[in-house]
Design a protein around this ligand. Structure first.
Ligand code: ATP
Length: 234
């Protein structure tokens, strides 16, 4: 479904990711892990059209999308939840969700994903009139994911959804990611919490200083001696 080949992106001439190739097949949850500054967010931004890659290609559902504007990439079926969730803080939960559905002209089409969002995150339904700024960190993450689902994506890209969230809610978010996949949405998940994310992932890539240093099935990555040393302290 998504085929990233030899992608290179630089900021003012400084290479942030170099020659990265990542594949995501329909129906998979693929995790991209790595330490701070490894280039995980840059990879997602380069796919989402927020940064223009210097080299390489991004193919989605058979078409080249690298170099396209972000809103056109969204319209093709890729939803992206950035690390800084970019909610509209002064708007209500209901309005934030509504803004996610702008792609669809027909009201019935726009409202169709709402029930799915409420089933995933019942807390959002309880807080529809509340301003987004007053939600807890975990609830804001739920709203950001909910808003992304309102675009009815085929591929959902999440940048560190567990960041700054209390452990109990992290499990809830990871469970939701799995449920979203089970409803037919393919997932590309960026996470520093490699161990927890491998529990829901099919495959994983580990980045270090802008390059892929390891990739494989979730089981292969979990058993890798370097991963066990770096992430499990074994
Ligand atoms: P984190 O887990 O801390 O979010 P990351 O793996 O997502 O890290 P990136 O945010 O992609 O890493 O950053 C990769 C490199 O690119 C880092 O060296 C970072 O300082 C640099 N970088 C990221 N964004 C910019 C920018 N807008 N301008 C200049 N350099 C940047």
């Amino acid at each position: 479904m998504l085929d990233v080949k030899s992608l290179t992106t630089a900021y003012d001439g400084l290479i942030a990711i170099s020659d990265i190739s990542v594949e995501v097949k329909a129906g998979e949850i693929v995790v991209v892990a790595g330490a701070n500054g490894a280039g995980k967010s840059t990879l997602l931004k380069s796919i989402a059209g927020m940064e223009r890659p210097k080299g390489g290609t991004v193919t989605f559902a058979g078409d080249r999308i690298d170099g396209m504007a972000g809103h056109l990439i969204t319209a093709r079926g890729i939803a992206y939840v950035p690390e800084a969730k970019r909610l509209f803080p002064r708007l209500t939960v209901a309005d934030n969700l509504r803004l996610g559905s702008y792609l669809h002209a027909d009201k019935a089409d726009r409202e169709a994903p709402l029930e799915q969002v409420f089933t995933l995150f019942p807390r959002l339904k309880e807080r529809l009139p509340q301003k987004a700024a007053t939600l807890s960190g975990g609830e804001q993450q739920m709203l950001a994911i909910g808003r992304a689902l309102m675009t009815r994506p085929r591929l959902l890209m999440l940048d560190e959804p567990s960041q700054g969230i209390m452990p109990k809610l992290v499990d809830e978010i990871f469970d939701a990611v799995k449920t979203i996949r089970d409803t037919g949405v393919t997932i590309l998940l960026v996470e520093q919490r490699l161990v927890e994310s491998l529990e829901i992932a099919d495959r994983a890539y580990v980045l270090q200083t802008g390059r892929v240093i390891l990739s494989g099935s979730a089981a292969e990555v979990r058993e890798n001696p370097d991963v066990r040393r770096a992430y499990l302290g074994i």
